[in-house]
Design a protein around this ligand. Structure first.
Ligand code: SF4
Length: 480
């Protein structure tokens, strides 16, 4: 039988659901019975596009240019990744902070009729003339996909002319409603155009540590500190990385990822194409998850005994400090919203501080999520689960009804309801590992003690929904 090649579309994996309004207990039971069905919304607001995830994942690669074969608007939301990239440089001590080099081909009405090939060729030529980069990434968009521009053939032709490695990425927005598909599209392209299934001599103790844009420098240092303690050398990919470091991927003895939905599919490919074993467990946020993540990679390398010793020492160091934070947070009710990896990890973290989960918003649900939900259902009474990629109208409806003491996640909307918020997608401050959980716990406690800013915000800013919306069923637009 022909080998099934992963398409990069997350929905193509069986049992993955991305639009649902339910509760923790219900979703666990329904998934077990095989009753979860893929649904849709008759009204949706603000779906994050996969193109931006493909771009954000690679944005900090040294000496690169990013050509978006799209209308101008498509790169608009790259602003968050640009901000992370700039802040990341500052944290790494770089004095002359750079912007990423993004070129938009500006597909317009004419291109839709006559094709956008010429614009793409011109843009790549311009990228070479201006920057002489080592890498040029060409991003597909809805528009280039619809008009059928063959970015593979065009870039293959351009590659004959230029020394820069040109990598086309198939991240057409319409292909997937799960924005993490954009990460997969980027890694599929890296494997095809840079690694090319060529094996390299193994480097003893080298581990590929995959990290998305949202991982702060403090978190990178914490992960490297922990791994160094068990004699692991880290190849940190692709954030603040380079063509050379990418080429080093096949030399690693093992791989792991900081995020559960980042490079998880790529690590499977690395096992299939280069026989690199991997650990795919959880995001290291909170004591339980940090232990689990640490044990996962140690097991792949046969370092189980060494890791237990370190874990014990870390527990002795941090547990008294966690206890102090717990005394401030015990019993507080929390609503959590984040990417699939972070939302579940943050939900496990709140257990360290004795907080109560009342609502969880996450973009997808699948068998990995089921493992997390089973764990959470053992700790928390029932709580609302909203499976949604963005959809702020559902979130504000739920948060307004549940009135949590704290909101952990992307804070824009909950803050305008006056709820104390703590950002969990914080690429600027520590969140992960043993040190990260102390920082995050203290940050949540500070927000609860100082809610003034959000309270004032709620008095002066009105969210764009009618009062009647807050009385409606939050899941009214999800078609069963
Ligand atoms: S690629 Fe499609 S979904 Fe993404 S920003 Fe452009 S038009 Fe929107």
């Amino acid at each position: 039988m022909a080998e099934v090649i992963y398409s990069g579309v997350r929905e193509s994996r069986p049992g993955r659901v991305n639009d649902l309004g339910t509760t923790g207990r219900q979703v666990e039971q329904d998934f077990k019975k095989g009753c979860l069905k893929r649904a849709d919304r008759s009204f949706a607001q603000g779906l994050q596009c996969q193109q931006i995830n493909s771009m954000a994942a690679l944005m900090s690669l040294e000496d690169s240019v990013f050509v978006s074969h799209s209308p101008q608007g498509c790169v608009g939301c790259s602003i968050m990744a640009v901000d992370m990239y700039r802040v990341g440089q500052a944290h790494r001590g770089i004095k002359n902070i750079k912007n990423p080099r993004i070129i938009v081909t500006n597909i317009d009405q004419k291109s839709v009729v006559f094709g956008g090939e010429e614009k793409l060729r011109e843009s790549v030529k311009l990228a070479v003339e201006r920057y002489h980069p080592k890498l040029i990434f060409v991003y597909a968009s809805c528009a280039s996909g619809i008009i059928g521009d063959d970015i593979d053939a065009i870039t293959a032709d351009l590659q004959k002319e230029f020394d820069s490695v040109i990598v086309p990425i198939h991240c057409e927005g319409f292909k997937s409603k799960i924005c993490a598909s954009g990460f997969d599209a980027a890694f599929i392209a890296i494997n095809k155009y840079i690694l090319k299934k060529e094996k390299r001599e193994k480097e003893k103790g080298l581990v590929n540590l995959f990290a998305p844009t949202t991982v702060s420098y403090a978190d990178q240092l914490e992960m490297e500190r922990m791994l160094k303690a068990i004699d692991i050398k880290v190849n940190y990919i692709p954030f603040y990385s380079s063509l050379e470091k990418i080429k080093r991927i096949p030399a690693a003895e093992a791989s792991t990822s900081i995020c559960k939905v980042f490079a998880d599919e790529f690590m499977k490919t690395l096992w299939e194409d280069y026989e690199i074993p991997y650990s795919h467990t959880v995001m290291p946020i909170g004591i339980r998850n940090t232990d689990k993540w640490f044990r996962g990679i140690a097991k792949v390398l046969g370092k189980e005994d060494e890791v237990e010793e370190i874990i014990q020492k870390e527990h002795e160091r941090i547990e008294p400090l966690v206890k102090k934070i717990r005394s401030k947070l015990q019993g507080k009710r929390v609503f959590i919203c984040g990417g699939t990896g972070r939302s579940f990890a943050a939900a496990a973290l709140i257990d360290d501080f004795g907080m109560e989960l009342v609502g969880l918003e996450t973009p997808t649900y699948d068998e990995d999520a089921q493992v997390d939900i089973e764990y959470l259902n053992n700790i928390h009474k029932d709580y609302v689960v909203d499976i949604a990629n963005m959809q702020p109208f559902e979130q504000v409806n739920l948060v307004n009804k549940l009135k949590p003491d704290a909101f952990i996640g992307v804070p824009e909307w909950a803050a305008k309801l006056g709820i104390p918020t703590t950002h969990v997608l914080d690429g600027k401050r520590p969140t992960m590992g043993y040190d990260g959980l102390l920082y995050l716990g203290n940050k949540i406690a500070e927000q609860l003690q100082n809610p003034g800013f959000n309270k004032k915000l709620a008095q002066h800013v009105k969210l764009p929904y009618k009062d009647s919306w807050y009385d409606e069923d939050a899941f009214k637009y999800i078609e069963k």
